[in-house]
Each structure stands twice: as C-alpha cells, then as structure tokens.
Design a protein around this ligand. Structure first.
Ligand code: BEZ
Length: 235
C-alpha cells in the first residue's frame, strides 16, 4: 500500500507535474523553464551502464533533429550530479559506438537521488526494480500537457525512430486537425476524423477537390504531402 501511495502515475491529458531540480545544465523549474516548447522527459536506470550509454549516444546524435522540432530533451536517473558529469564525460571522451563518437550531451540530465521526481512521474516500477527508474518517455506539449507516455523495461533500449515519429505525429495531428493511421510517417495519407466538429464536417463536405478516400462512412483519409508537414513543423 505504501508503494501505491508513494508512486503516482501521471496520465495522458494531465498537466505535467511541476518540480525543481538540479541538472548537468544548472537548476531548472520544470516545465515552466521550457514554456512554449515540446518536452521529452525521459528516465534511464543508471549511469555507466551499457544500454543507457547506447541510448544517450543516440539522443546526443539526434539532438539537432529534436531542436528543429522545437523539442527540449530532459533526462533523469536516480544518480547524483557528479556521477552524471563523469558518465557524460566518459561518453564524450572514450566511447565510440556504431559510428558515433565525441558525442556531447548538451541537454539537462536531472539528478534525482531523492527519487522525488521519479516517484511523481511513475518512473519507479518496483516489480522491475526497487532502486532504478525504468525507461520512461513523457511527451509534453507547449501548454505543459502530457500527450504520450511510453515505458520500456530495463533490458530493452528505446527505439529512437519511434520517439521522433511520435513527436512529429503529435505535432502533425495538432497542426492539421487530423488523426494518423497505424505506422504513419510524414508523406502518408492522414485520417479525417469522424467525430463531429464543424471543421471536420466542412472538410468532409468540401472533400478538398475529391482527394478524400472513404473506406466506409467512419474511415476517410486524405493525402498530406511530406513537404507540407515539414514546412509547418519548421524543419
Ligand atoms: C543498461 O543500461 O545496460 C542496464 C541498466 C539497468 C539494468 C540493465 C541494463
């Protein structure tokens, strides 16, 4: 029972719980310091471990791509600041992995020795580990609302193509007022939602020059060019 009360689980649609923290880039007030940006808040089990190292190198390599998508990366583990600093320096100076080397991590990595943030965000899942955070990924929109949550176990590294695809998908859904089908990627057709907003009804009635395709009354799609998505998302 104690664990249940100590470990909360924020949900999709909730405001991201606010906290203050010490990070490798200085102190932060979360999420207000990143107002107006998308945020990916993610946890890893421990510094100086191999899966986490491969993930950090991949995040570091892709940092520019997330920045172009107006997205701030924020990492966290239940390690102290000096451990974080030493691990990131080791990554930068010593590790060459799959063609990645000299990887500099410029986004904040939170020290959470007290486990306060990890508990608040449901990153501690005692059945998996009592002492290490699982690999959680929270996608938070510029209004500070949690929009997607993905959890991975300790032994499985994250899929960074999927993390980027989720971010682009959320931004596309918001910007174009559409939904996105299974395995959608920019350039694929998008779903014109059925649930009745005026905009949806208007778009369906106009049928945008007949380019809409309906598989049935509840399932209509239309093209959305990759270039249109990319120019709207500022890439
Ligand atoms: C790793 O990052 O390699 C790892 C961390 C905790 C448990 C298992 C693997």
């Amino acid at each position: 029972m104690e664990n249940e009360t100590m470990n909360t689980m924020p949900r999709i649609g909730d405001k991201a719980p606010a906290f203050q923290a010490v990070t490798t880039q200085g102190n932060i007030s979360f999420p207000e310091d990143f107002a107006g940006k998308w945020i990916i808040l993610f946890s890893h089990p421990a510094d100086f471990t191999p899966v986490c190292t491969s993930e950090f190198m991949t995040f570091g390599k892709m940092a520019d791509e997330f920045e172009r998508l107006n997205c701030q990366l924020v990492g966290l583990s239940i390690d102290g600041l000096y451990s974080h600093i030493a691990w990131l320096r080791t990554i930068r100076e010593k590790i060459e992995y799959r063609g990645m080397k000299n990887i500099e991590i410029n986004f904040p990595l939170i020290e959470d020795v007290s486990m306060n943030v990890a508990r608040t965000y449901g990153m501690l899942q005692p059945g998996e580990s009592q002492t290490q955070a699982v690999r959680a990924v929270f996608f938070i929109d510029p209004q500070g609302v949690i929009r997607t949550i993905i959890y991975y176990p300790l032994a499985l590294g994250r899929n960074f193509d999927e993390i980027k695809r989720v971010l682009i998908g959320l931004q596309t859904a918001d910007n174009f007022g559409v939904a996105l089908p299974a395995d959608w990627r920019p350039g694929d057709e998008v779903i014109v939602p059925t649930a009745g907003s005026c905009g949806v009804a208007k778009e369906r009635m106009e049928n945008r020059d007949g380019e809409m395709h309906c598989y049935d009354w509840f399932f209509c799609t239309r093209p959305l060019a990759k270039e249109e998505v990319e120019s709207k998302l500022g890439r």
